[in-house]
Ligand binder design. Sequence first.
Ligand code: H79
Length: 566
Amino acid sequence: MAWFREARFGLFIHWGVYSELAGRYDGKAASGTGEWIFQNAKPPMSKYEETARRFNPVDYDPVAWANLAKEAGMKYVVITSKHHDGFCLWDSALTDWDVSRTPQGKDLLEPLAAACKEAGLRFGLYFTIMDWHHADYAPRRAWNDLHSAHGPPVFERFVPYVHGQMEEIVRRYDPALLWFDGEWENTWTVEHGAALESKLRVLKPSIIMNNRVGKSRNDMAGLDRPDVKKAGDYGTPEQEVPARGLPGVDWETCMTMNDTWGYRLDDARWKPAGTLVRTLVDVASKGGNFLLNVGPTGAGEIPPESIARLKAIGAWMSVNGEAIYGTDASPFERLPFGRATRKGDRTLYLHVFERPAGGVLKIPGLKSAPQRASVLGDSAAALKSKITTDGVVVSIGGTGAADRDVTVIKLEFAAPFVVDPTAALPRPSADGTLKLGTDDAVVHDGTLCTERFPTGDKSPSLGCWTNPKTWVTFDAILPAAGRYRVSLDYACAPTSAGSEVAFELDGERVGLPATTSSTGAWSEFGVLDLGTVELRPGRRSFGLRALQKRGDGVMNLRGLRLVAVP
Ligand code: H79
């Protein structure tokens, strides 16, 4: 795992015959992500197969793709050898549903493997278990019209097909990493996963595999299920960054730049480059890797929007890469201005998302004075720093770095630094009010989106709470015991009034559930009383769960407020 931990940043490529369809079938836009079009538009497989005849990547330039990844500061590339539609980007001896059906008939993996090697990038292959095309994959999709003469699928005949294909691609392309997916249907078992994993470990002992080779993935967050033997080498949160990383295991967040993995002509919901830089930093600060996706067109062109973002991230990485590669997770649980990474216990990198007014950066909880402080990319100039009772302060004003998305301050220490990780957790103010905002919230079992009402409001709210299993905690430090009245700052449209929420203190339900009322609209905020609680001093955790959802969403949550009562 050494190279993987050092690498921190990789390129994911979703490419196949679906790229040629670009999210459209029969003249209409299909729903969902581009690579799922067979499942969503449900064309007969015999019709879908015709796409291969048009999949003619005349603009495919594997050397340019590898150089682009390198320029972005990425250290590895993972490409879909086969996605759920079963189509293989290499010439497989075990099926003719592969590149041999395309106009050029050429192997598309080999030249990319070679280009990556040349560019000094590790090469990885994505491979799905679920295969909508194969006659023996079960459950077979009803609109797969190819196998009427074959009889019903026999999954135990499909398993050797997986083994055979894995052997082909591992021998031919010598990948450093295998990225499994499509493992969740219950025909694929713990035993199937374990057998495939051990076979591959014999075939290539140094190979890295993700946890989706087996059945240990619990949900999209990629957490391992406690009841299933751990599979693979690392966890795979998809489209999300776990609030506290995945403690004790290696992990990698995979994410799209817009809303699709495989190319969709109509997907223009691009994340800003600055957001992607911050996500990379966020992932590194929690000890994970970031696998960022591009979906090339059927012609083999990476969308210009993706190229622009990769170049912007690359510009940032060329200055700040040392604060990402080979770093360890932040020693701070929370920092008010952004994130931190470290190398051992004598080098600390502070990733400044919000530059302090007045140019003085406060680092609450840092109890050691640095020997030297500097801005990455500007290391000639040493910054002034001093230690106070609240932690270290560094004067970063006037360093000429104000226009960057994330400015990195490097602190070097003569002896191991000492940190109080919880120093920046919220505390009650002098008047006994503890205000907890969305910045203090940790979202569990799903994701919520951050919205501002009105646009630009300083206090964002957590919305898109459509999954009632998703819940939220806020942690705070109480200096003394006390009795507090608890309320929510929330919004709820008339159609969703009547959702029930429960309040938890340190993981235990307190009081009776509260029922939401309409506040008029999702953008108009009101107060929901949750009753009173007795709090012991020390670190306390406040949880909010939805017991019942009415209409579209549970609520828009802008904050939790505790007010001391006599
Ligand atoms: O290749 C991209 C997507 O096409 C693929 N993974 C990324 C890397 C993907 N497959 N499925 N999904 C994304 C969403 C599917 C989620 C679910 Fe489930 C499958 C919900 C229920 C079954 C897996 C098992 C996640 C939760 C339980």
